[in-house]
Design a protein around this ligand. Sequence first.
Ligand code: AMP
Length: 189
Amino acid sequence: MGRRLLFLGPPGAGKGTQAEMLARTLGVPHISTGAMLRDNVERGTELGMKAQAIMAAGDLVPDDLVVAMVKDRLGQDDAACGFLLDGFPRNVGQARALDEALGAGALELALLVEADEEELVARLLQRAIEEGREDDNEQTIRNRLQVYRDETEPLVGYYPDNGVIVVAVDGMGTVDEVFSRIVKALATN
Ligand code: AMP
């Protein structure tokens, strides 16, 4: 049985990059709801059309849409032997829906990647230049950080209360430095 992990942390903490590297190392699928939603927007699917304006504003896409998308993805064969969730759950409602879908005790561990607020904003602004993501402008970035504090950060308390350990990893430094901290954290947890 492969590992069943999830990444928590604010936008810009480096979750996406780290999750991709870790998924490759562990041989489990990297399930990024942000990437899946962006793909739907690009393809102009019904889900994409519903999500587009919400994502551009940096708000959360409604739980029912995201939960259905994730359940569908977790039902695919490659997720049977472990997975790495990135960007989901984003609030307590989604976490409860995931617990229901997977059954109690299915999630092993949450990795919380943290970085200073100034560093987060600087990284997201840099990504705006490099990747041209519609939601990487300063106003949307501030909103996404606020949404993280209000909606997602409570999961740092929710998971330990529900039997999933949360391991904090310092997200400051280079990609390789952060990755080695993550590998070390997983080896001891
Ligand atoms: P991310 O790539 O994880 O930063 O996500 C980009 C955007 O996609 C977010 O700002 C939300 O608008 C949307 N999104 C991604 N994951 C979720 C989720 N689990 N629930 C609701 N909206 C999401």
